[in-house]
Each structure stands twice: as structure tokens, then as C-alpha cells.
Design a protein around this ligand. Structure first.
Ligand code: HPA
Length: 272
């Protein structure tokens, strides 16, 4: 079965259970699952039940799709994403984005936990991603291009939708939720970066670094979706004294900032 047929099969399975027709899709990053509590009338489908969905590498953390309402709109949400460092192929990492597109999702909202490479940032900051640098070792669009999914050489002049970024800035001014905007650099991980790498990433023009989001954005843009993405800064590696970064601290900082991020995203959706 080709990729297109696999996407069709998965989409039609999901369609049979869907009671809403979401135009907005959300992918939640590490520690940011709290947003699910804001979903009204949720319907959940475990990834393990969905044909062609990648099989989770972590027992008990299989992840799920959630359908429901947020900010007055129908949404579909992925709680748990597939990371390249887990060993998934780029096709697997981005497969759910393809499925969302086929189900009618027009706007993709991505979130992640990220390390700050901008010395002016603080742990707990919310950064709206205005652009990215792709440092993954493999491109999600490498290989045969199916024109039904998108063009061979996609434009990347506006990976993140300017209108949505402006709207987020307006909401920030009105609500007092502080936001930064910046450039996200996507790396494969799973190691956090060395002090020298942090310095390099900063010099390259990065404000934050993480192990996700970039492949999903590329595939969403390939499919013609508009993208809004937000990082929660969970640690600051860009200091004179090397700081130890642990996954526990990353999750803790993400959890602490999750309500702020949830409010921003819900308000954004209500005004889209
Ligand atoms: N690098 C550094 N810090 C981080 C990351 C990362 O990929 N993700 C969350 N905090």
C-alpha cells in the first residue's frame, strides 16, 4: 500500500468514529498534556486502535487522539507525538499530520518543550515560533513525491502563519500572557545539547532548540495547512556556567507553564 492509500485507510477509520468535523488540529508537546482538560465533550481514540498509526515505543504512554470543542470550535488533538529519536522514520513521525489534513484540518497548532538559546529568555517563557532552522539529519519529504499530497518543491517563505502570530501578539497584549517570538531549531536528539552546541545554535540565529515540530511543520506546509507553533522554554543552556538539563526538569517546567499556554491557544482558536 502506498502512503496515500495508507492515509486514506486511517482517515476513513477515524471518520467512522468522529462526531465533529474539526478544521483545527493540535499536537501537544511533552508536559503540555494539561490542555486536554480544557476540551469539552471529548471523544478519545487510543493510537493503538488506529490502523497504520506508529506503534508506541513506551509502554503505557501510547498516546491518543482527542476530539471535542476548544475555544468554541471543533478540534482534534494528538496527546503524544512520535519523535524521530525514538527510531520512527520521518514518514511515521509526520503520518498523523497527513491524516489530519485528509480529515479536513486546515490549521495545525503545534506545541513543544524547548531549550532557550536566547540569553534574554527565562525558564517558563512562552515563545511563538516565527521561523525554524531544520537540522534534522533526514528530510520528511525525501523520496518519491505524491502530487496528491503536495508539490515536489514546497515554498517555505512563511512556514508559520503571520496572521496567527499577529493574533497571538494581540491576545498577549489584551490578556497579559507574556510571549516571546523567535526561531526554533530542530535537532534529532535524544541528547540535550553541549555548551558548545548551545553557543553555535545561538550564533546561527536560534532562540530555542528542540527535538520535534520542524518535520510536522514541513509536512503540514507541504499539504497546504497553515501552522501556528509555540515553545515553552523549559531550560536555559546558554549560560557561562554549564547547566545540567534533565528530562524531569523539562517536564516540570512544561507542566508549570501549561495553563498559560492552554489559555493562549484556546483564545487564539476562539478568534480564528
Ligand atoms: N534541547 C535542550 N533543551 C530542551 C530540549 C532540547 O531539545 N527540549 C526541551 N528542553
Amino acid at each position: 500500500m502506498g502512503l496515500f492509500e495508507k492515509i486514506q485507510e486511517t482517515a476513513s477509520f477515524i471518520q467512522q468514529q468522529m462526531t465533529v468535523k474539526p478544521k483545527v488540529g493540535i499536537i501537544l508537546g511533552s508536559g503540555l498534556g494539561g490542555l486536554i482538560d480544557n476540551i469539552e465533550t471529548p471523544l478519545e481514540i487510543n493510537y493503538s486502535l488506529i490502523p497504520n498509526f506508529p506503534v508506541s515505543t513506551v509502554k503505557g504512554h501510547g498516546g491518543k487522539l482527542v476530539f471535542g470543542r476548544l475555544g468554541g470550535q471543533d478540534v482534534m488533538l494528538m496527546a503524544g507525538r512520535f519523535h524521530y529519536y525514538e527510531g520512527y522514520s520521518m514518514e511515521e513521525v509526520t503520518f498523523p499530520v497527513r491524516v489530519m489534513k485528509m480529515l479536513g484540518v486546515e490549521t495545525l497548532i503545534l506545541s513543544n518543550a524547548a531549550g532557550g538559546t536566547n540569553a534574554g529568555f527565562n525558564v517558563g517563557d512562552i515563545m511563538i515560533i516565527k521561523d525554524h532552522i531544520n537540522l534534522f539529519p533526514e528530510h520528511p519529504l525525501r523520496g518519491h513525491n505524491d502530487e496528491r499530497l503536495g508539490t515536489r518543491f514546497p515554498d517555505m517563505s512563511q512556514p508559520y502563519d503571520h496572521a496567527l502570530i499577529d493574533l497571538a501578539k494581540t491576545i498577549s497584549a489584551e490578556t497579559g500572557i507574556n510571549i516571546r517570538t523567535g526561531v526554533y531549531i530542530g535537532l534529532q536528539g535524544p541528547t540535550y545539547e553541549t555548551p558548545a552546541e548551545y553557543k553555535m545554535l545561538h550564533t546561527m540565529g536560534g532562540d530555542a532548540v528542540g527535538m520535534s515540530t520542524v518535520p510536522e511543520t514541513i509536512v503540514a506546509r507541504h499539504g497546504g495547512m497553515r501552522v501556528f507553533a509555540v515553545s515553552v522554554i523549559t531550560d536555559m543552556g546558554i549560560t557561562d556556567v554549564p547547566v545540567t538539563i534533565t528530562h524531569e526538569e523539562v517536564l516540570e517546567a512544561a507542566n508549570a507553564a501549561a495553563p498559560k499556554m492552554a489559555k493562549l491557544v484556546a483564545t487564539l482558536i476562539s478568534r480564528m
